[in-house]
Design a protein around this ligand. Structure first.
Ligand code: FBP
Length: 553
């Protein structure tokens, strides 16, 4: 493998651990916190998790290590979408495991949770692990989206663990994967397998956070990467002064990524899905809001700007959700084939017009034809529209163009509106982790092993106080059941970790709200530049604006 100079240099980087984990394995002991309760639905969750419910929150501190000396065989799994820093979680886990006992073994189950079910693994060695230190990607063992959730799967997992003498499994994943880690922990405990299960909070989306988890790893690096690109585009826009750039950013349903990028770059527009839903905004209202900024800037002679669109936005527009629901109905079962057999778009349009309600048709009719067609092309295996594939950056620029045309006809706007479109997603998921993510991830992995070594199961590796220097970070563990509530999923009541959406009364949104009118009108762009890996801490080690604002800094 040919290495870039940066990759070679990053191998030398020594991730920073929380102060309390820095004195060597022999000097890490447990400080017990109080017993825990789930955030809601306590009786139901308690009944579902008789073996793992209500355990104590714990933190580690300096002191005599009193953990039991036994050989550990740990299995690690990367689950779901890539997020920068995943390799360092594995490295931290490996280093703590080997520092505790050279005979300990780390097995990496390959390709995500399916690796455990298919008994596909690699035994990690110094030589192998060293190639991945401080690098992006999940290629160390690969990832996948198979869900570990059924009793049958758990039984297979238990068999595979027994075969290799696995004493613990670490699942590195998002809210669903960690929910499943909690359920698996309960199964392993209930069946006396002796296998512990520990989770680690991952996702660039930033939607796995709560009063215990300050942020998921990867969010820092991904948003810095997108913000660098948005800043570069903004500077190009401000130089050429001729384009409006519509930039969609990844992040699934929640708008945390878009909000953080807006806080970093101060664009003219940033839509926040959660606000759109709360205000029940229609497509036309959103277009009007953006067009106001375009027109006001045009009046100053500025026919350029930046609009950030979160990936999940359309799901939050009530009339659009209603349209999607009707389309799913319209093409249910046999009707898809009937629709697909129609020879021309005109025939298909007539079929749609016939099948949709008047309200849904009114929404459908204002969409650009390319989006209308997309709604009927991109279906998931159940025949449903794949909302995440809708090119919402193009949808909104087209709606704004229509709005401006009407303003022009009415004589209230006389600018130029030339648009360019971008989608930022995969660019950020495997970037070299920022120092923050490199440190945070290494600490999460190291800490996960300490939880294993001290016999905990059904815990999430927790590192907090993250807006402070790593020395002051606090390492410990939180029972996964504490984060659970009951939600309706696929027609059933399920215990799940609640997905965190942007809070409209939270400090990051409030800050954005207080400044966005000025940003919409003026040119206040900030150009964050590339992530810096070497240099002064105030440039290299800063985490997100979101976290800083949440912490009141
Ligand atoms: P996770 O929730 O698994 O961390 O994945 C996040 C994400 O990057 C989303 O932002 C995005 O919508 C999705 O994955 C894309 O998935 P895929 O990699 O399957 O295309």
């Amino acid at each position: 493998m040919k290495l870039s100079p940066l990759q070679t240099a990053r191998y030398q980087y020594v991730p920073k651990l929380p102060g309390m984990l820095r004195n060597g394995i022999s000097e890490i002991c447990v400080k017990n916190g109080g017993a825990t309760e789930s955030v809601a639905d306590q009786e139901k969750i308690k009944a579902l998790f008789p073996n793992t419910y209500g355990k104590n929150e714990i933190t580690f501190q300096k002191g005599q290590n009193t953990s039991e000396a036994k050989k550990q065989v740990v299995g690690v799994i990367l689950s779901g979408g890539q997020a920068p820093g995943g390799h360092n979680v594995v490295c931290g886990l490996y280093d703590a495991l080997k520092a505790t006992n050279k005979e300990n073994v780390l097995l990496g189950f390959k390709g995500g949770p399916s690796g455990l079910l298919e008994d596909s693994y690699i035994e990690l060695t110094d030589e192998y692990v060293d190639q991945f230190r401080n690098t992006g990607g999940f290629d160390i063992i690969g990832s996948g989206r198979t869900k570990l959730e059924s009793e049958d799967q758990f039984a297979i997992a238990a068999e595979v663990c027994k075969k290799h003498g696995v004493t613990a499994i670490v699942i590195i994943g998002g809210d669903d994967s960690n929910t499943n880690a909690g359920v698996l922990a309960e199964y392993m405990a209930a069946h006396n397998t002796g296998v512990q299960v520990i989770g680690c909070p991952k996702t660039i989306d930033g939607d796995l956070k709560n009063e215990d988890i300050e942020c998921s790893f990867g969010f820092d690096t991904a948003t810095k990467t997108y913000s660098e690109i948005i800043g570069n585009i903004a500077r190009d826009a401000n130089s050429a002064k001729k384009y409006w750039h519509f930039i969609k950013v990844m992040g699934r349903s929640a708008s945390h990524v878009a909000l953080e990028c807006a806080l970093e770059t101060q664009p003219n527009i940033c839509l926040i899905g959660e606000e759109v839903a709360a205000k029940k905004m229609s497509l036309a209202q959103i277009a009007d809001y953006i067009a106001d900024s375009v027109a006001a800037r045009a009046a100053k002679g500025w026919n350029f700007g930046i609009a950030i669109i979160p990936e999940g936005i359309v799901e939050f527009v009530p009339e659009f959700s209603m349209l999607i629901a009707e389309i799913n109905e319209l093409l249910a079962g046999e009707k898809t084939a009937q629709f697909n057999a129609l020879p021309t778009w005109k025939d298909k349009y007539a079929f749609i017009e016939n099948g949709l309600s008047k309200d849904a048709m009114a929404v459908f009719a204002i969409l650009p034809e390319s989006i209308q067609q997309q709604l009927f092309l991109e279906r998931d295996p159940h025949g449903n529209v794949q909302v995440s594939l809708i090119e919402s950056e193009k949808l909104f620029s087209a709606l704004v163009a229509d709005n401006l045309a009407a303003r022009k006809a009415a004589g209230t706007y006389n600018g130029k509106f030339s648009t360019l479109h971008h989608f930022l997603g995969y660019e950020g998921r495997c970037a070299f982790p920022s120092n923050f993510d490199a440190d945070y991830c290494y600490s999460l992995g190291y800490n996960a092993f300490m939880l294993i070594q001290y016999g905990y199961t059904g815990y999430l590796s927790k590192v907090s106080n993250l807006s402070k220097p790593a020395e002051e970070w606090v390492a410990g563990g939180m029972p996964i059941t504490k984060m659970m509530n009951i939600e309706r999923r696929n027609g059933e009541d399920k215990p799940v970790i609640r997905k965190a959406l942007v809070e409209l009364d939270g400090k990051p949104f409030k800050f954005f709200e207080a400044h966005r009118a000025e940003w919409a009108l003026e040119t206040c762009f900030v150009y964050p530049g590339a992530i810096q890996y070497f240099g002064p801490a105030e440039v290299c080690d800063l985490t997100t604006r979101t976290l800083a604002l949440e912490k009141g800094e």
